[in-house]
Design a protein around this ligand. Structure first.
Ligand code: ATP
Ligand code: LTN
Length: 333
């Protein structure tokens, strides 16, 4: 809370082209909080460097991620939109929180285990302490709610543990945040391996639908999506491929699973996949058009980065300075 208003914070890494998983699991839901909450949406470039990035790509994707926030309906007048590295309090609070986070806790994080298996040649300390920086992002703004996909729930729970631990020593220091997940869309699966999360860093581009894919590409990718040997459109745990397509279709059309089953009763996977592709492409078309307009004006994006960072810094400074005081750091004004 800041004053009377509840706070919502979330972040997306500029570590690749954003997918419909990022869209349905996270960004699409961000706008829903704009009216009721004070919202901060951050492009978390400091998180992205836990995996090696090409500097030119990282810079370009930082602009793109900010533009996508806006293209997906986040009005910069109603939401604070900014880039993490432009607000130094994130990294500073992360250090302080490191001293309240246990080695054992971080060792249990499944994302660390997955990413260290995937990047065995670069298991750096940043990859290990990644959730502490994430906790700093959240706690800096005295955040009440954090909209994320289900893969980030464990990190938000660790953030809650850190906040509670600190509050026991220094009462009322941090608001303890809640993770908020979309009812459907919190875990969109890969089109090639539907038991695995769709991920922007997947090497197989056919497994992933990007927000910026054109209509033909989207339809082709859905056409190739792995399903099963039946021909029945039915939501079921033993049909992960079809169920994933039903979730995507449901998110883009607003229809529930019963309605979808009725709509495609007696029809084959071919018809269904085409309908999923068309619904996805049609829903993304306005986002893509707005994105192109925003990317054509770099100066306006930079002005937004500057303004967003100034707004965020104002709140971040207050929390950091409150915590430094509690910890016993000398403060001379
Ligand atoms: P990476 O592949 O680099 O790990 P990512 O695709 O998981 O990246 P993030 O930047 O880590 O993307 O995630 C941004 C937000 O999107 C997070 O809230 C995350 O939970 C959500 N998200 C990512 N993938 C999915 C998915 N497949 N389904 C639902 N939500 C997702
Ligand atoms: N770890 C998140 C991105 C992220 C985030 C955050 C999400 C960084 N800081 C704070 C919510 C709140 C991910 O998606 N991998």
């Amino acid at each position: 809370m800041f004053g009377e208003q509840k706070v919502c914070f979330s972040g997306v890494q500029p570590s690749g082209n954003l997918t419909i998983g990022n869209y349905l699991g996270a960004i699409k839901n961000f706008a829903e909080y704009s009216e009721k909450y004070k919202t901060f949406y951050c492009v978390v470039d400091e998180h992205a460097i836990t995996v090696r990035q090409n500097p030119a790509d990282l810079r370009r994707r930082t602009y793109e991620t900010l533009a996508l926030y806006m293209a997906c309906g986040l009005d910069p007048e109603k939401n604070t939109l900014y880039v993490q590295s432009m607000v130094h309090e994130h990294a500073e609070l992360a250090w302080l929180l490191n001293c309240f986070t246990m080695f054992g806790e971080l060792s249990r994080m499944t994302q660390f285990k997955d990413k260290s298996a995937k990047h065995a040649d670069n298991i750096n300390a940043g990859l290990f302490t990644y959730p502490v920086l994430m906790a700093a992002d959240i706690l800096l703004f005295q955040t009440d709610v954090v909209p994320v996909g289900i893969d980030q729930k464990q990190h938000v729970e660790l953030c809650r543990d850190i906040a509670n631990r600190i509050n026991q020593i220094y009462p009322d220091m941090f608001t303890v945040p809640e993770p908020m997940m979309a009812k459907s869309g919190k875990k969109i699966m890969s089109l090639a391996e539907p038991t695995k999360k769709m991920s922007k860093s997947d090497e197989n581009a056919n497994a992933v639908v990007y927000i910026l894919d054109d209509k033909d590409t989207i339809i082709r990718k859905f056409k190739r999506a792995v399903t099963d040997s039946e021909a029945e459109i039915r939501f079921s745990e033993d049909k992960p491929g079809v169920s994933n397509l039903m979730t995507i279709y449901s998110c883009f059309t607003g229809k529930n699973y019963d309605e979808i089953e009725r709509e495609f009763a007696g029809k084959g996977y071919g018809d269904f996949k085409l309908a999923v592709g068309e619904a996805t492409a049609d829903s993304l078309a306005p986002v893509q058009a707005r994105f192109a307009e925003l990317m054509a004006d770099k100066a306006a994006l930079e002005a937004q980065m500057k303004r967003g960072a100034e707004e965020a810094s104002y709140y971040a400074r207050r929390t950091l300075s409150k915590f430094q005081k509690k910890l016993g750091f000398v403060q001379i004004r």
